[in-house]
Design a protein around this ligand. Structure first.
Ligand SMILES: NC(=O)c1ccc[n+]([C@@H]2O[C@H](COP(=O)([O-])OP(=O)(O)OC[C@H]3O[C@@H](n4cnc5c(N)ncnc54)[C@H](O)[C@@H]3O)[C@@H](O)[C@H]2O)c1
Length: 357
């Protein structure tokens, strides 16, 4: 983060950023509410030992802005927000007290922010939050919650990949025979493999988790490579499904793919790689357009329709349409896909704002 916190708030257009400090339970948290025009801001709570306070602020600001665009493009009645707790995600002692206090913190913004799981937090943590706050989702499916959203996220990424492949390879919607490299086969990546294998794609995977690699090889016939080798594997589609910012000036020259489409948030190191991606003839599917399956699922919980799979499925299929629209608009205007997607999201928010007046 280059400037002051207030400069960052102004530049990104946040409505409210709140800092909480309760040392008696080890809670240092930031709640960033980016935009509430379409509805209450919703976004996961990330728990992490950040290298610095600055990096925590930057992370929560960037992710909350992304949530605004993600929910808008998915057609959800939600705004964008995110929270981070600066603490060791592996902590066991005192976890209940910490998350109950976090619930009280959320209450203080009066429903303008709804939390859920993210990296470092779990369904169990959200159940602690639920003891002190009603502004929480992603809770236990046995108690009316939406449960694990990853299968829906994977399905959304898969249909978006099909929309991209249709345009780039001109061989229809099917991914049969396409070489897909999946970076990270955790909750989303593994479900994605299932769709890809069913569709006849040829799979290569990497992950530090040996158990997951074994499963991918035996269940889906995936070829396994070392984590750093994934960039060099000849492929048609590269799917980042692990951590953020893996597409950068160092990795891009190694990629042979024609499409990048994956679940990870903030896949691009920064906007300076836009031109390199375009020059290399790669079609980039913006992460916040295609990984909204999770927030769709969580939205179903918030709006009391967790068991309405018809609604969830139609929204997930909508990711195909939105991706197609973004890619076509980008081609027509000669503008980078991510910039087009942000513009489209802002238009949706502006129209809603005008309607409210
Ligand atoms: N779970 C969801 O519904 C959802 C929704 C939207 C976005 N996302 C994003 O998608 C990504 C994957 O989510 P997830 O729920 O599957 O997470 P996960 O933690 O279950 O899986 C991530 C996997 O990546 C692996 N990994 C870590 N570093 C790696 C590296 N350098 N190279 C290869 N693999 C590596 C991990 O071992 C793990 O198996 C995350 O960036 C997440 O923020 C997830």
């Amino acid at each position: 983060m280059a400037g002051s916190v207030l400069a960052e708030i102004e530049a990104r257009g946040h409505e409210q950023v709140v800092f909480f400090n309760y040392p008696e339970v080890g809670l240092r948290a930031i709640v960033a509410i980016h935009n509430t025009v379409l509805g209450p801001s919703l976004g996961g709570c990330r728990m992490r030992l950040y290298p610095s306070e600055e990096s925590a602020i930057e992370d929560v600001m960037r992710l909350s802005e992304g949530m605004t665009y993600k929910s808008a493009l998915a057609g959800l009645p939600l705004g964008g927000g995110k929270a981070c707790i600066i603490a060791d995600p592996k902590m066991t002692t005192g976890r209940e007290a910490l998350f109950k206090k976090f619930g009280e913190c959320i209450n203080s913004v009066s429903g303008r922010y709804i939390t859920a799981e993210d990296m470092g937090t779990s369904v169990a943590d959200m159940m602690y939050v639920k003891q002190t706050s009603k502004f929480v989702a992603g809770t236990d499916p046995r108690r009316g919650g939406a449960g694990d959203p990853s299968p829906w996220t994977a399905k959304g990424v898969f249909v978006a990949m099909q929309a991209a492949a249709e345009r780039v390879f001109q061989t229809g919607r099917s991914l049969k025979g396409k070489r897909v490299s999946v970076q990270g086969i955790g909750n989303v990546g593994m479900h994605l493999l299932e769709h890809l294998a069913q569709d006849g794609a040829i799979l290569t995977v990497c992950d530090p988790n040996a158990g997951a690699l074994k499963e991918a090889a035996s269940k889906y016939g995936a070829q396994v490579v070392a984590t750093d080798a994934i960039y060099d594997v000849p492929s048609d589609i590269f799917a980042p499904c692990a951590i953020g910012q893996t597409i950068n000036e160092h990795t891009l020259p190694r990629l042979t793919c024609k499409v990048i489409a994956g679940a990870a948030n903030n896949q691009l190191s920064d906007s300076s790689v836009y031109s390199s991606i375009t020059q290399r003839g790669i079609l980039y599917c913006p992460d916040f357009v295609i990984n909204s399956g999770g927030v769709i699922c969580v939205c179903a919980e918030v709006t009391g329709q967790s068991d309405n799979t018809h609604w969830i499925k139609s929204k997930i299929e909508g990711i195909y349409d939105t991706t197609a629209r973004v890619l076509d608009e980008s081609a027509r205007r000669g503008k980078f896909t991510e910039a087009v997607a942000v513009e489209l999201a802002k238009e949706i928010i502006q129209a809603a704002k005008a309607d409210k007046k």
